[in-house]
Design a protein. Structure first.
Length: 493
């Protein structure tokens, strides 16, 4: 079973019980490991983060790649320890020890600012919400990395009474509990009293949703709990068995819920938002922060795009590609994403005098940029070969005679492109041995010297007087040159 499927199933079970756990856990419960904790016991050098449920899975998958070796490519040795928002209980920090596990964007940012409880052990807070005016905006910077879309979810496991779509105005009236908007039948659906839910207080999704509707206070019919249990972000618990319930949910995260338990109402009530990792102002330009979160860092790179997608989000483009990924802001409405372009690599091999010339041609809907590494089997022959006009070349020097299988691996340097690879098998036949360059040169000198002797002899037959005497001297020198060149040929043979 894939990591994604395993985590999704475990996550779904955790969501169903997390809110109960948050209430029922004793004040000083021991650390309760969660599947989305990338590291149970971080050290002081690690980048440690807590907070949003929305970005929890994306950060987990990215942290796993980083901890498994991607960090070396950025000159870093420390891990990323991102703690799940679910499970309640406590987490273990390097200097503060056991502390309460924050759940939600607001709780994560509050923990980042709470030196009394969390010290400076926390380095970042996951947030699906922009910074608020006041302590957050004054002391923190939000680093956008992905795009999320909030939509409305109703039951699919129990057929919902909700219509196929709602307008934003209808949705606002539902959440203000206005007359004429309390029964689904008045909106084109089946008969049933509407039960509007929102995530638990402190949820970035709840704050964002309220802002999108343009309201400050919900109507009295709106609930943030089910029978006293707080509604967890992106959980199907409030709606899956209730034909009259409705709740805002992340579209991407909804796609990770097993069982097809929810139906999404999109169209006019699909609200886009950037999601962030929040750091203290003083920490924004630290090398380790920039290496993971920055414009040129791992989280904005092509290598992390798949991990972010596994978490139900879409990677934002960097400023080089007209986006905002990796920049330090209070908020952003730049939702430009990396429209991923597939690449195709073709590899050819040609026998040349010095070995085998490999040529890797990389193409795509637009021309990919990056470099190529060449292998024979698992043995690296040459890395970081730049593409020139879409092609990287390398000559394998004097391979052994016989069949060889070579591989070219294209690694993009732009997050919009996907990598690709190709192989080629060919038989190498060494070129027939020929004279050495030194012998060729010596032989040429000998041939020239002999030709000069022949020429002088012809001239000498026709010469008389002083000219004849002069030609005899030249002929003598020419014959000596022949002897010298003959010795050179012998030495080079």
């Amino acid at each position: 079973m894939s990591v994604r499927k395993t985590l999704t199933a475990t996550f779904a079970a955790a969501v169903a019980t997390s809110a109960v756990t948050l209430i029922a856990s004793p004040a000083h419960a021991a650390y309760n490991p969660q599947p989305e904790d990338s590291k149970a016991t971080p050290v002081a050098a690690d980048l440690i983060g807590v907070g949003s449920d929305t970005t929890m899975l994306a950060l987990y998958h990215a942290a796993v790649l980083w901890n498994d070796g991607a960090k070396a490519g950025y000159g870093q040795s420390a891990d990323v320890a991102t703690f799940s928002a679910l499970g309640g209980g406590e987490i273990t920090l390097p200097t503060k020890g056991l502390v309460a596990r924050p759940n939600g964007s607001s709780a994560g940012k509050a923990a980042l600012l709470n030196a009394d409880t969390y010290g400076t052990d926390l380095d970042f807070a996951r947030s699906s919400d922009a910074l608020k005016v006041g302590a957050e905006a004054d002391n923190l910077k939000a680093i956008p990395f992905a795009l999320d879309t909030v939509v409305m979810a109703v039951s699919n496991s129990t057929p919902s009474h909700a219509p196929a779509a709602l307008t934003k105005e209808q949705l606002k009236s539902i959440y203000l509990c206005e007359a004429g908007f309390t029964d689904w039948s008045s909106l084109g659906g089946g008969a049933g009293v509407i039960k509007p839910y929102v995530p638990q207080p402190g949820s970035g999704t709840e704050k964002f949703f309220k802002a999108q509707l343009g309201i400050t206070t919900y109507g009295a019919c709106v609930k943030d709990n089910v029978s006293g249990t707080p509604v967890q972000e992106h959980s199907d618990a409030p709606v899956k068995n209730d034909p009259d319930a409705i709740v805002p949910i992340s579209k991407g995260r909804a796609g990770l819920i097993p069982g097809n338990t929810v139906r999404l109402l999109e169209g006019a009530v699909a609200f886009k938002r950037a999601v962030y990792n929040v750091v203290r102002n003083a920490d924004l330009n630290k090398p380790e922060v920039q290496a993971f979160f920055g414009e040129d860092g791992f989280l904005c790179s092509a290598a992390a795009a798949g991990a972010i997608a596994e978490g139900g989000l879409t990677q934002l483009a960097t400023p080089d590609n007209s986006g905002a990924c990796g920049t330090g802001v209070e908020s952003t409405s730049n939702f430009t994403t990396n429209e991923v372009v597939s690449s195709t690599t073709t590899l050819t091999g040609t026998n040349v005098a010095s070995g085998v010339q490999l040529a890797a041609k990389v193409s795509g809907a637009s021309q990919p940029t990056g470099s190529v590494a060449f292998y024979e089997g698992t043995t690296l022959l040459k890395k970081d070969v730049p593409l020139v006009s879409g092609q990287g070349t390398f000559v394998v020097p004097t391979p052994t005679a016989g069949a060889h299988t070579y591989k070219a691996v294209f690694t993009p340097n732009n997050a919009k492109y996907l990598g690709s690879e190709a192989t080629v098998t060919l038989s190498y036949t060494p070129a027939a041995a020929g004279p050495s360059p030194a012998l060729v040169a010596a032989q040429a000198q000998l041939d020239a010297a002999k030709a000069k002797v022949v020429k002088l002899k012809k001239q000498l037959k026709k010469a008389t007087g002083a000219k004849k005497v002069k030609l005899k001297k030249k002929l003598k020198k020419a014959k000596q040159a022949v002897k010298t060149a003959t010795a050179a040929v012998a030495a080079a043979s």
